[in-house]
Design a protein around this ligand. Structure first.
Ligand SMILES: [Zn+2]
Length: 574
């Protein structure tokens, strides 16, 4: 009985029907045969075990090859729209081709180009002179980000007449709101401008006669849509010198700007089994380059390549291995669409483009699996975060919270800091795999030699298992979950913390603090839970992101954290 019990465990592991064991057990007449059978089974088991070991070795070698290629210095950090991104996309295309995947649209091309709006830069022609005196751009004056382009001369006429030019003092708004933490100056200016445009104003000139600092400047990264008229800011001195009660200054204003656009490329390959529904598997392959887009946590002055081995050469390597595996597997009930996204680090641009612009019918997607940072499995804890758990009731049946190998942290939310969010927002059930934030996150030190390849093998095998189980099931139903959106926001400031996105208590749990950044300087540490920033209560990640948007560089605020169940306060300067 014990032997059989023991055998049952092994057979279960290798998917040998348990009915066979009971048959062997019950029928004593077949003792002889049973012995032969057990010998045969042992032989089969050994060869299965050997075969799976060989498979795992091959899988590990494949993962290592891809991570090392993608995270090599030659690719210069795979920043969206660069030569490094191109080399990476070629590598992925080649791998897809070798695996037998077909391109989605054209005959030979796996690439899907998309544009990333990269803000608006002022061209050198931009100038302002008043009464023929040329003014110094950025010192005496500057256009606001919401200004239109223009090339025009006009006279300012004092405001008690019908005026085409509107001179506006920011003093009132700033003074009235100096204690209002919710005051957003740019929003205030935008509203005022739209209001006076309706009254027929042709240009707006802003100044600030108060002693309150307004921190305004031209922001080339601004994503605001330009208004229909020019909006400029002049210094206090210029205002006093030229715009007096008696004088009618004449202005000569030229604003010329150019939209900066980058082209990123998603890499897309399909396994078409002629099925009605498709399983989507994705991972982003872009990273930070030299940190030009200000999304790096590196504090040093010399620009360095951010290799992004974990983020997200690891997920891309896993994607490639799954693409190689599916054609040889038994999985035929669904089609499989493999997506390697670019533009993720800039705000999920590639995946957003795919869900909005590809002709792929998303109603025909069964579910989407996203892998982002799966290369740092901790060898002692085996902690694995699985997000999107709440996006279909089916996941609850397939994913066990107490896995025999992984310590699984479940996050029910369908949104999060990666590309599955784009699919979830189109009502597609999603799963998101993530081995956690670490001290090399978004730093040049996220290198290939720190990747846990054995851990990645375990994760790929785990995902294969899910793909196999869902091959037996019908198309999944979709359920909405609580929203935690942070990927699409852009901030003027950061605290320099690594937050635990799967933390479900009140506040934001700090998984780590970056060297030399505001949080570390203020004294915050791993394990603190941020519950208040200045006047803003921080209930969750979303509230945290919203609160961050209210601060500017140089602002000092009080941070309330919970540390070891105690409330503590720190002064933090952004
Ligand atoms: Zn990243």
């Amino acid at each position: 009985m014990r032997t059989i019990c023991h055998n049952w465990v092994n057979m279960h592991k290798y998917n040998i029907p348990s009915t066979m064991v009971f048959y062997l057990c019950q029928n004593s007449m077949l003792l002889q045969m049973k012995n032969i059978f057990i010998v045969l089974l042992l032989v089969t088991q050994t060869s299965i075990a050997q075969k799976s070991q060989i498979n795992d070795q091959e899988l590990k070698a494949g993962l290592k090859q891809s991570v090392e290629f993608l995270a090599a210095d030659r690719l210069e950090g795979r920043r969206t729209g660069t030569e490094g991104e191109k080399l990476a996309s070629q590598y992925i295309s080649d791998q897809f081709k070798k695996a037998g995947l077909t391109p989605l649209t054209s005959q030979n091309d796996y690439l899907e180009p998309f544009e990333v709006q990269d803000g608006r830069v002022l061209l050198p022609a931009t100038s302002l002179s008043i009464d023929k005196d040329p003014l110094q751009l950025n010192e005496d004056w500057f256009p606001l980000s919401l200004s239109s382009d223009i090339d025009k001369s006009f006279s300012y006429i004092p405001t008690n007449r019908k005026y085409p030019v509107f001179l506006f003092d920011l003093r009132k708004g700033l003074e009235e709101n100096k204690d209002n933490p919710h005051f957003d100056l740019e929003e205030y200016i935008g509203n005022m401008c739209r209001d006076v445009i309706k009254k027929g104003t042709e240009a707006i000139i802003l100044y600030n006669s108060s002693s309150i600092d307004d921190n305004l400047k031209y922001n080339p990264k601004s994503k605001t849509t330009a208004l229909s008229i020019p909006v400029i800011y002049i210094s206090k001195d210029i205002r006093q010198k030229y715009f007096t009660e008696k004088s009618i200054p004449s202005l000569n204003l030229i604003i010329k700007s150019e939209n900066r656009v980058r082209t990123g490329h998603n890499v897309i390959g399909m396994i078409n089994n002629g099925a009605k529904f498709t399983v989507v598997i994705g991972a982003h392959y872009d990273h930070l380059g030299y940190g030009e887009d200000h999304n790096s946590l590196y504090a040093g002055k010399t620009p360095m390549i951010h290799n992004g081995a974990d983020d997200n050469a690891s997920g891309t390597a896993a994607l490639i291995e799954l693409a190689k595996w599916i054609p040889s597997s038994e999985l035929k009930k669904y089609n499989y669409l493999f997506l390697a996204f670019s533009g993720e680090e800039l705000g999920l641009f590639g995946s957003k483009y795919f869900v909005d612009h590809s002709n792929f019918d998303l109603d025909k997607v069964n579910y989407m699996i996203n892998m982002d940072m799966v290369g740092r499995l901790n060898d002692s804890t085996h902690g694995l975060t699985i997000g999107g758990y709440g996006t279909t009731p089916e996941w609850g049946k397939l994913i066990l919270e107490h896995d025999p190998y992984f310590r699984i942290k479940l996050d029910s939310s369908g949104t999060g800091p990666s590309d599955h969010t784009s699919f979830y927002l189109k009502n597609v059930p999603v799963l998101f795999f993530f081995t956690g934030i670490h001290s090399d996150y978004h730093k040049p030190s996220d290198d290939a030699d720190k990747i846990n390849y054995d851990g990645m093998v375990k994760i790929v095998d785990y995902i294969k298992n899910i793909l196999t189980k869902t091959n037996e099931l019908d198309k999944m139903s979709f359920t909405k979950t609580r929203e935690v959106s942070m990927a699409s926001s852009s901030f003027k400031v950061t605290m320099g913390i690594m937050a635990d996105y799967s933390y479900s208590g009140i506040g934001v749990y700090i998984d780590g603090v970056s060297e030399g950044r505001p949080a570390q300087k203020a004294g915050l540490q791993h394990g603190d839970v941020v519950v208040q920033l200045g006047d803003y209560k921080i209930s969750d990640m979303q509230a945290y992101m919203k609160a961050l948007g209210k601060f500017s560089k140089g602002d000092t605020t009080r941070v309330k954290v919970i540390r070891d169940k105690q409330e503590m306060f720190f002064q933090l300067t952004f």
